[in-house]
Design a protein around this ligand. Structure first.
Ligand code: FES
Length: 59
């Protein structure tokens, strides 16, 4: 999955922006990642993918 791939189509948030928020806020909390990036706040359909990214980058 390239890092510039759009993860949240509603808010046009890409993978790199999700990763940056995880690192910046040192968090595994999907609600916080969503709040800080604006992803996952509209239809919520991208949340499983956001969770996968969190799982991968917080190991
Ligand atoms: S795709 Fe992310 S909120 Fe809809």
């Amino acid at each position: 999955m390239p890092t510039n791939e759009i993860i949240c189509t509603c808010a046009e948030i890409n993978k790199q922006q999700i990763i940056d928020a995880i690192i910046k806020f040192k968090t595994k909390d999907i609600d916080l990642v969503c709040e800080k990036t604006g992803a996952g706040m509209i239809c919520g359909g991208c949340r499983p993918v956001i969770q996968e990214i969190i799982n991968k980058y917080t190991k």
